[in-house]
Design a protein around this ligand. Structure first.
Ligand code: SF4
Ligand code: SF4
Length: 402
């Protein structure tokens, strides 16, 4: 098993002529050489080939980390204008300097339904500048959860112009909200995406949940999503999965991990074994973690031990985890608190241990959880079909992030 608390030598980085990343502890050469991407996959019909486990940057802005990922064989790098207020793009541009043409580079913008093509082009130009490049391989409409944004004709116009001008090669959509499945369907129906980037993890799989149904009371989420992903694949649209760790409370699982696989590796194997996604992207925040994550590369079969770990994870998290794509408590608060969004930002603080991202996202919510601090009626108390104690959790979010 790759120990996430140990680290490897920097041999591969030196071979590629890259700056050596931070070295925290020695590992044997044999172990070091076993670390790296073991499978590259075609991304739909784009003609692009990418590492099956790839670099997400929502929680980092560190050129050294980018170089380490590159040295380990990662070839798909994913960022967004909004990540760390542009600092992630800047770090990625710095980290990929001299190696830009060896990788597939993607960024995203949250263009609104009313956005004009010229304004979106300006946003793209700014991303290109931060990324120190003159083109992106993929440009995503970011975090789509309503059809209005997909239906904005200015987005389609912009992407056509940007392609003609050589500023983007492919266009895509990304999403993780409750309306993800219909948004994917719309994008496929209208040929608006060459690639889709979607939240997809074992906790969303009706077949996986069926195994646990006798023990837990699950409500399947977005049952149509796997079928939409299959349709995307059948249509030659590239599919990349994200949010694959179902909340990413990886530290809770350390006592149960055995040689041969960590929880994260098991979760990745689940995604890659479904055949519904070409590859996955995951936020990478330190070099140890990159090496541990890449221990899951190349495997497309689940083991019994993997299943045990995932089932245990679900059992531990079931009354804590606010499901991606669920909005069943929508409207339960008379004060309009955006419960699912508030709990998502709390997850960034508590589970991801990323107070920067948590506070930045919380601050952007239209209606935050301040009223939970003094709420007497707690009208939301029974609104979660999974048993989450919403008033306690939203109050906690207000205290932590307000
Ligand atoms: S609190 Fe419960 S009902 Fe509300 S979004 Fe989260 S999982 Fe769904
Ligand atoms: S605790 Fe009260 S204010 Fe907070 S979400 Fe629930 S109903 Fe709304």
């Amino acid at each position: 098993m790759l120990d996430r608390r140990t680290f490897l030598g920097a041999g591969t980085a030196a071979t590629l002529g890259l700056a050596a990343p931070k070295v925290k502890a020695a590992r044997t050469m044999a172990e070091a050489e076993s670390v790296g991407v073991r499978r590259y996959v075609p991304l739909g019909n784009t003609g692009l080939n990418i590492s099956d486990i790839s670099f997400g940057s929502s929680r980092s802005a560190d050129p050294e980390l980018v170089r380490h990922a590159l040295a380990r064989g990662i070839t798909y790098f994913d960022t967004a204008e909004s990540y760390r207020f542009g600092a992630s793009e800047e770090a990625m541009g710095e980290g990929l300097k001299g190696d830009r043409d060896k990788v597939v580079l993607a960024s995203k913008t949250k263009a609104r339904a009313s956005a004009r093509a010229d304004d979106i082009m300006q946003t793209l130009e700014e991303s290109l500048q931060r990324l120190k490049t003159d083109y992106l391989d993929i440009y995503f409409l970011h975090s789509v959860n309503d059809l209005d944004r997909m239906q904005n004709e200015e987005w389609a116009l912009f992407t056509e112009r940007a392609k003609e001008q050589g500023k983007i090669r492919f266009r895509g959509m990304s999403g993780h909200g409750s309306q993800l499945s219909p948004c994917v369907a719309y994008a496929l129906d209208h040929e608006l995406a060459d690639v889709i980037l979607v939240a997809f993890n074992f906790g969303q799989d009706p077949d996986f949940l069926d195994r646990l149904r006798t023990t837990f009371h699950f409500v399947d989420l977005q049952q149509s999503l796997p079928a939409q992903l299959q349709r995307a694949k059948d249509n030659g649209v590239g599919v990349i999965a994200m949010k694959t760790l179902m909340g990413a409370r990886v530290n809770d699982m350390q006592p149960f991990e055995k040689p041969g696989g960590t929880f994260a590796q098991a979760a990745f194997r689940w995604v890659l074994s479904t055949g519904k996604a070409d590859a996955l992207v995951v936020s990478m925040t330190d070099v140890d973690q990159i090496d541990e994550y890449l221990g899951g590369s190349g495997d497309t079969k689940m083991t019994d031990a993997d299943m045990e770990l995932l089932e245990r994870y679900v059992s531990l998290q079931t009354d804590q985890y606010c499901r991606h794509g669920c909005d069943a408590c929508d409207g339960a608060c008379p004060d309009g608190v955006q419960i699912a969004e508030v709990l998502r930002t709390r997850m960034y603080e508590v589970d991801y241990r990323d107070p920067f991202m948590a506070r930045a996202d919380y601050a952007q919510l239209a209606i935050r959880a301040e009223s939970c601090l003094t709420c007497a009626h707690q009208a939301c108390a029974a609104a979660c079909p999974y048993g989450l104690e919403i008033p306690i959790l939203t109050r906690d979010a207000a205290v932590r992030l307000g």
